[in-house]
Ligand binder design. Structure first.
Ligand code: 4UV
Length: 520
């Protein structure tokens, strides 16, 4: 086991809202917190705090508070931040829903999380309303932030001007958010993150990532995913930086916003690094305001990262995290020069272990060079409480000593920098988004053309990985196209099966587990 090389930091005993905003100074109130990238509309820190408090009051007036789950289903718009912090301030738990999901997928999360209210936006309203209605959520509990006939809007809720409720939050046990993650195996599960988990991760990372009040940060990574939630919504706001929101990634608009809004700091996933290193459009824009880019959510190729640094004249950083870790456990500190093939050393207040997957023996840090490979285990105050309603998965993931088994294969250098080199778990990462093979396999088995199926990730230059299905045919009529179309009609676009191979039998262990390694 090795300790973080950083000195421990103090973790305030407080709620997320108070950590971020209790000390907001009078002069900070007029500072822009959020800029809508498309329109340029500004929300100041004062407006963000006042509106979050008013939303908490409106939720409390509807009987929502501690113990209730409110679903937040929105792309990156400034209102997301008000909705998110309003929900947390009310004492309720926010379950964030991927904005690309279809009605069936949204419905599953609403059911599993026990959400009794849903906040969405008008472009996503059809699928949100279908899912919420099917789950017995009445129209007056389906808030359409930007307004839609028959539903409350954010402006209406804020217009009630109710005072925020007095709520007592025990940071250690009070569940702040519940994003969904499939973890090391199976279907997506609710990841129960306490206020303390989120507060800790901000405190652990804030000085390493080092976003400052004069930074203008492009918020293209989705706030509904844990990376955007902690690093953008919480760390950047804690630092009083300005977030410029983009509802979805589109290269031309991304470059235009960096240029026109004088963006200084960008958080990205590797597919955006590919575009920044290679795309000719980059040369048509003045990106000279940028000084730092951090990549995470999937492995960054070192040469690619260096190419971005050289082309744009920026410092490139890499971080590693998981929803279950709130999410950061490793990050290259800004200005440290740690090797970019790694995700840097363990953050403060955490311990890491690399464990031989054959023998279960711990692999020590090497004297020089890099260590042998093994599974990365981590422990610290940012490790989730548990999975919702899934004791077995929790017990498989967090051991008796409190170490979370990441399911990622890592190696370490002598300085304790960790490089993720492979994945032990089933998870597929398409452009940084989680795709759970078990979910696609269960779906494929509902097709009358499919007798058996297994899904694995295969490398892809643009997306990092794509889901590939191995299929045992039940009908001669099945073609790769028909199998892909069957899936595409039923899942959100990022989960689509993008390659199919027909085989005679799915290789399985004597216990019936799919031997994914053999398929890969
Ligand atoms: O649960 P999740 O979808 O979570 C994430 C979180 C990524 C973050 C968060 C904060 C950061 O500061 C940051 O840099 C990155 O993606 O998926 C977790 C899995 O994603 C893979 C790995 O398999 C995790 O178990 N993954 C995440 N980051 C990296 C990575 C990385 N730097 N290199 C390789 N794989």
């Amino acid at each position: 086991m090795f300790e973080s090389p950083h000195p421990p930091v103090e973790i305030p005993e407080t709620s997320v809202f108070d950590l971020l905003f209790a000390d907001l100074g009078e002069t900070e109130r007029d500072h822009p917190a959020l800029v809508d990238g498309a329109s340029g509309a500004v929300t100041t820190y004062g407006e963000l705090v006042d509106r979050s408090l008013a939303l908490a009051g409106a939720l409390a007036a509807r009987g929502l508070g501690p113990g209730d789950v409110v679903a937040l289903h929105s792309p990156n718009v400034p209102a997301f931040a008000i909705a998110f912090h309003g929900i947390l301030r009310s004492g309720a738990t926010a379950t964030t829903v991927n904005a690309m999901m279809n009605a069936a997928e949204i419905g599953k999360q609403l059911r599993a999380s026990g959400a009794s209210m849903l906040l969405t936006v008008s472009p996503l309203a059809p699928q949100a309303i279908e899912a919420a209605t099917a789950n017995g959520i009445a129209a007056d509990r389906i808030v359409v932030l930007d307004g839609l006939e028959g539903h409350p809007s954010l402006a209406e809720l804020l217009g009630e001007a109710r005072p925020a409720p007095t709520v007592t939050i025990d940071p250690a046990t009070h569940v702040a958010v519940m994003p969904y993650s499939s973890g090391t195996t199976g279907h997506p599960k609710g990841v129960m993150l306490s206020h303390r988990n989120l507060v800790a991760n901000v405190a652990q990372c804030v000085s390493l990532i080092d976003v400052r009040a004069d930074d203008r940060v492009i918020a293209v990574l989705p706030f509904f995913h844990i990376y955007g939630m902690t690093v953008l919504l919480n760390i950047a706001l804690k630092q009083r930086a300005t977030l410029v929101t983009m509802p979805r990634f589109e290269l031309t608009e991304f470059l235009r916003i960096i240029q026109d809004e004088r963006i200084t700091f960008a958080f990205i996933a590797p597919p955006i690094a590919v575009a920044l290193a290679k795309h000719p459009l980059v040369d048509d824009h003045d990106l000279s305001s940028l000084h730092t880019i951090m990549s995470g959510a999937a492995p960054l190729d070192e040469a690619l990262g260096r190419a971005v640094e050289q082309r744009l004249g920026v410092e490139m950083l890499q971080g590693y995290g998981m929803s279950e870790l709130s999410p950061v456990s490793h990050v290259i500190p800004r200005g440290s020069g740690a090797p970019l093939r790694s995700s840097g050393p363990t953050i403060p207040n955490m311990q890491s272990k690399i464990v031989d997957i054959e023998t279960g023996e711990e692999i020590p840090l090497p004297e020089e060079g890099v260590s042998a490979r093994g599974e990365l285990w981590v422990r610290g105050p940012n490790v989730m409480l548990r999975y919702l309603d899934d004791e077995a998965a929790t017990a498989e993931t967090i051991d008796a000593d409190g170490f979370l088994h990441t399911g990622d294969i890592a190696e370490a250098d002598a300085a304790g920098n960790i490089a993720i080199v492979d994945r032990l778990k089933e998870l597929i990462k398409y452009k940084g988004y989680q795709v759970a093979p078990a979910e696609l396999e269960a779906l494929l088995l509902t097709s009358q053309d499919v007798a058996d199926a297994a899904v694995v990730g295969v490398p892809d230059d643009e997306a990092g990985e794509i889901p590939k299905a191995f299929v045992v045919r039940a009908s001669e009529a099945a073609t790769a196209e028909s199998v892909m179309a069957f899936v595409a009609e039923r899942v959100s676009p990022y989960k689509r099966v993008r390659a199919v191979e027909f085989i005679d039998a799915i290789p399985k262990s004597s216990a019936g587990k799919i031997l994914r390694k053999d398929l890969r």
